[in-house]
Design a binder for this molecule. Structure first.
Ligand code: NAX
Length: 329
């Protein structure tokens, strides 16, 4: 039997938590022979609901689940963790400006970054889901003294999956036939789903879908606004698909990327593609068999794409400016 992987999840009693924890415990994230331990973190008002979630996890009698611990104490929650999944944050309310949200949620991620640095395993990887996830990840990373920047990520995989399914529907193929789909920049309405390099059954999308106006217009806006469309239809924000994207992200960061392909996740830029170093920006990423990752080099960026990338990177710069008081020099 392998040693268990410890996974900490914040906001564990929330919607995404409820769709995510059971998949981690069932083996969907780390495979059918990898035991896991869960450390679930909530704020005090969420602790009663978390007790219920823990009872349900126990009632599943999952063969791979070696322990569940619920807490509202950050250091306790991140003790010995190998993967910290930062899902919890405060939702945007009526009348709240974007900068208010950045400030309120930003403060959560300073404390979490510090606690991860203090309590987690040295190999801990952190994936931020709670919005605005790129900038929250930047704050957590900047406050986690001693934890290497390459161990922090923010999630754009839901956007990648949404883009793949839109292209597949247009081309009349299965979503698994769509590869090389990169989301550039911020997980927000400025994100750029790059159709110019995406492939359908190995062929460039433009060779399969001739409707350039759709690609440059409706395709991009459908992906950018999909979250809002789900809120409108369901009355609640996407949760099961978000949880699925968390599973996909961790799987892709833990296993070798198929030859020639890439996956999307926001990482701390080291200057590739002219993206300002330090910003947490989504890019095309490759993972090696040993779990190390790198930015895929040489992906062509045409004039149209560059304009879209500039806009989303600019938004990330503005977000960083709004929270600069939370980022230690
Ligand atoms: P919920 O409101 O259902 O759950 C959030 C949970 O977090 C609550 O139980 C709350 O008590 C807890 N929480 C709040 N502050 C906390 C803190 N400081 N420490 C620990 N727990 C805390 O939201 P849910 O639908 O689960 O969404 C969670 C986050 O994911 C939101 O910020 C949401 O915007 C974001 N999303 C990000 C996506 C992405 O692709 N990156 C897509 C889905 C989702 O919109």
């Amino acid at each position: 039997m392998k040693d268990a992987i410890t996974v900490s999840v914040t906001g564990a009693a929330g919607q995404i938590g409820y769709a995510l924890l059971f998949r981690i415990a069932s083996g969907a994230m780390f495979g059918p022979d990898q035991p896991v331990k869960l450390r679930l973190i909530e704020i005090e008002p969420g602790m009663a609901a978390l007790e219920g979630v823990i009872m349900e996890l126990e009632d599943c009698a999952f063969p791979l689940l070696q322990g569940v611990h619920g807490t509202s104490d950050l250091e306790d929650g991140f003790t010995g963790t190998n993967w910290s999944l930062l899902v919890g944050s405060v939702p945007r309310k009526d009348g709240m400006e974007r900068n208010d949200l950045l400030g309120i949620n930003g403060k959560i991620f300073t404390g979490q970054g510090q606690a991860i640095a203090k309590a987690a395993a040295s190999n801990v990887r952190t994936l931020v889901v709670g919005n605005p996830c790129n900038t929250n990840a930047l704050i957590a990373m900047s406050n986690a003294a001693g934890v290497p920047a390459e161990q922090f990520f923010a999630m754009t995989r839901l956007d990648e999956n949404r883009a793949k399914s839109q292209l597949a529907a247009k081309a009349g193929v299965h979503s698994s036939d769509v590869t090389n789909l990169c989301i550039w920049g911020n997980h927000s309405a400025t994100q750029y789903p790059d159709f110019t390099n995406a492939r359908i059954k190995g062929q460039l999308v433009s060779e399969v879908i001739s409707d350039q106006a759709w690609l440059q217009g409706e395709f991009i806006s459908t992906v950018q606004k999909r979250g809002a469309a789900i809120i409108k239809a369901r009355g609640l924000s996407s949760a099961a698909s978000a949880a699925n994207a968390v599973v996909d992200t961790v799987v892709s960061l833990s296993n070798e990327t198929p030859a020639g392909d890439w996956h999307s996740v926001a990482v701390a830029s080291s200057g590739a593609y002219g993206i300002e170093p330090g910003l947490m920006a989504s890019m095309p990423i490759r993972t090696e068999a040993d779990g190390s990752w790198s930015v895929v080099e040489g992906v062509p960026v045409d004039e149209f794409s560059q304009g879209k990338i500039d806009a989303t990177i600019n938004e990330l710069r503005e977000e960083r400016e709004a929270v600069k008081h939370l980022i230690p020099a």
